[in-house]
Design a protein around this ligand. Sequence first.
Ligand code: NZQ
Ligand code: ZN
Length: 389
Amino acid sequence: MNNFEYSNPTKLVFGKGQISKIGQLMKDKAGEGAEILVVYGGGSVVKNGILADAEKSLTEAGLKFIPFGGVHPNPSIEKVYEGIDIARKNNVKAILAVGGGSVIDTAKAIALGVPYDGDVWDFFLQKATPKTALPVAAVLTIPAAGSEQSIRVVINGNGRKLGIGTPVIRPFVALIDPEYFFTLPQNQIRAGVIDMMSHIMERYFTPTKNTDFVDGQAEAAMRSIMKNGLIVEKDPKNYDAWSQLGLAGSFAHNGYYSLGQVEDWASHGMEHELSAWNDHITHGLGLAVVTPAWLEYVTPKNPERVAQFAVNVMGVKPQETPEKTAEAGIEALRKFYKEMGAPATLKDIGAENVDIHKLAEKAVMIPGKLGNFVPLKAEDIEKIYALMR
Ligand code: NZQ
Ligand code: ZN
């Protein structure tokens, strides 16, 4: 295990009806009578009343606010620029995101852009390092991206989808009410479950040795995600299952499951190229296509670790060799995705004609390689994309 420092200052406010507290929490951070930018998406929170409840709480706390809606999935840098402009003109002191990863990431990018003199896209191109940001709080409406507790922000811009990590944008509050997930469309339910599971896998598949403590927690979390994912797939108003998923999705991406170990992130890198190529591809569904192909490709380099996943997470019986056990585990993962109703091939997500050579080249353009469990060059990545056909 490696040395590490860990600090997660996000206050988690969890459960039914907790929204009434959001005004006071924002006031504690932003000050009496402060102006708040309330970021939301394409209208689901207007329809299901979550936005009105959040605004009521802000008003009761004596805060002013500007609603800023219209963020779409795979959020754009143009929307971020618009938000920065409004926030600056109105002397906004803090941002409240009411939505999922796309909304929270837009809020985070605005928060980075407001105090920065240059173009906020510089950060994503890694031409500059963020030093400060406006405070961001998140009212979560879909358990998936984990952005409500994460240090990451991912934005589509200029034909790319780029993410960065910086502690200055970790939300100071994450408010999670499992009842909010009852209105999710089926494809977002499955995408969310697959995404949160992937966030743990991206950490679990590590080159670091002697990670038993975190391994055991990660394996239990992944089993819980699969169990409860299959429940909400059939029963989308099951509070108990959603409460487990709300918790798991948020912890999946707050750094806990990689304490003292190197993380991977190759599958996310490959998926981000797909949802940059076509921003109608849902991130979690793209991951369902990428992940088994990636596992298949990397297994020969570390079959023991994939076999451990197969036995402890997928419930596969050990076979004659770790390779065979790993193979059965990958098959079981594919079966789980299928049961969740997720796509399996590039064709299933409308990407059968994508230029996989170009995609692979773009994936390594900034980082130079993808992944750490098995470091991948462009030619490896192209072969993995080919396995998704
Ligand atoms: O826009 P509205 O109308 O609100 O509808 C949204 C959207 O269409 C809908 N939705 C959300 N909550 C709902 C609801 N519909 C009904 N009832 C509700 N309660 O769901 C759709 C998807 O929303 P989105 O925010 O895009 O989902 P998600 O949370 O999966 O976020 C995906 C984005 O996060 C990025 C992804 O790449 C993608 O851009 N990620 C961010 C990460 C981070 N910052 O740490 C990590 C992740 O790996 C991921 O890359
Ligand atoms: Zn993800």
